[in-house]
Design a protein around this ligand. Structure first.
Ligand code: TYM
Length: 333
């Protein structure tokens, strides 16, 4: 490993990514990646908490791998790998679950939300989801974890578990810090700006997908729900237009003041069109690269293999240390 600090993150391998995933996470990974030793997981084990159709799921997971790459995370320089290919995740998760309290897990808002949404399938995996996520992060001795704000509580529990373990056994785990972008850390639905933009939204107009074509992106922004005012300015009681300002700011780098000046005297119509065009322009090179990559199975397979090996090596180092600390008999090697 180099002297650089370790950056770790990942996304669930379900459906295609949304603009929320991109602005809240992926774009920041790309921005930060040169400063850190980076590890990015395709979190396919986490996706199993909800029923998946096997063939589609497998396709989505490979597609996510290509999307990370297309966004600018070269798998020859960053360790981009599949969570399920590194068995240490499940093994450490078990050990950490013995250091996690039922009470802590039942306070997780994402668990409560998902349990309410999938009443017919409130499985134990949904409940212990944050423990697996803690294992992901702690296995690689991660210093920083760039995520959207919806993952804040999961990051906190990972820090608590690590601290608890370290208190008993000495400095085994690095305590990770969350990283949130200044804009785009919580992109809201275009149909209901009081709700998070989410992959699983049933209203197609609520969510911009990373692979939507230019016309679709612009159309969705034109239809975005706003209030009856016309002046473009940021305010908590104007969630629709404020969300669009967040998105425009995250894409163009303009501050809210600059955006207000740019659209002074213009109406919401002009602003929505400008946001749609800016997003479409930002995503166009990523989409082009993605199409090319998806045709190059050999290259992707080679990257998967190389990085799985790298990830396994790093993860096992921590896992064996943990085994030793808790008193499991060492492997004979
Ligand atoms: P997931 O797959 O739900 O989301 C991936 C990333 O996208 C961010 N995100 C958003 N950011 C801003 N606005 C939104 N509307 C929005 N929707 C999603 C999420 O915050 C996340 O950063 N549990 C994680 C995956 C995971 C993980 C990990 C992440 C598993 N193990 C270890 C970091 C480290 C998840 O479900 O993300």
């Amino acid at each position: 490993m180099s002297e650089k600090k370790v950056l770790y993150s990942g996304m669930q391998a379900t459906n295609t990514l949304t603009l929320g995933n991109y602005l809240g996470a992926l774009k920041n990974w790309v921005k930060l990646h040169e400063e850190y030793e980076c590890i990015f997981g395709v979190m396919d084990l986490h996706s199993l908490t909800v029923r998946q159709e096997p063939a589609t799921f497998r396709k989505n997971a490979r597609s996510l791998y290509a999307l990370y790459t297309a966004a600018g995370l070269d798998p020859k320089e960053n360790c981009v790998y599949f969570q399920s290919h590194v068995s240490a995740h499940a093994q450490l998760s078990w050990i950490l679950s013995c250091f996690t309290y039922m009470g802590e897990l039942s306070r997780m808002t994402q668990y409560k939300d998902k349990a309410a949404k999938h009443e017919d399938n409130v499985n134990a995996g949904l409940f212990t989801y944050p423990v697996l996520m803690a294992a992901d992060i702690l296995l690689y001795q991660s210093d920083v974890v760039p995520v959207g704000v919806d993952q804040k509580q999961h990051l906190e529990i990972a820090r608590d578990i690590a601290g608890r373990f370290n208190n008993i056994y000495g400095d085994v785990f690095t305590i990770p810090e969350a990283y949130f972008g200044t804009t785009g850390a919580k992109v809201m639905s275009l149909a209901d700006p009081t709700k998070k933009m989410s992959k699983s939204d049933e209203n197609a107009n609520a969510t911009v997908l990373l692979l939507d074509d230019r016309d679709t992106i612009i159309r969705k922004f034109k239809r975005a729900v706003t209030d009856s005012d016309t002046r473009v300015y940021y305010s908590e009681d104007k969630p629709g237009v404020s969300n669009l300002m967040e998105i425009y700011s995250a894409v163009t780098g303009s501050s809210f003041d600059e955006i207000e000046n740019e659209f002074e005297g213009k109406g919401y119509g002009d602003f929505k069109l400008a946001v749609g065009e800016a997003v479409a322009d930002e995503l166009a090179p990523l989409q082009k690269r993605y199409d090319e990559l998806m045709k190059d199975k050999t290259y992707i397979d080679e990257c998967i293999k190389e990085n799985d090996d790298k990830a396994r090596y790093m993860a096992n180092k921590t896992l064996f240390k943990v085994h030793h600390k808790v008193g499991l008999v060492d492997l004979i090697r």
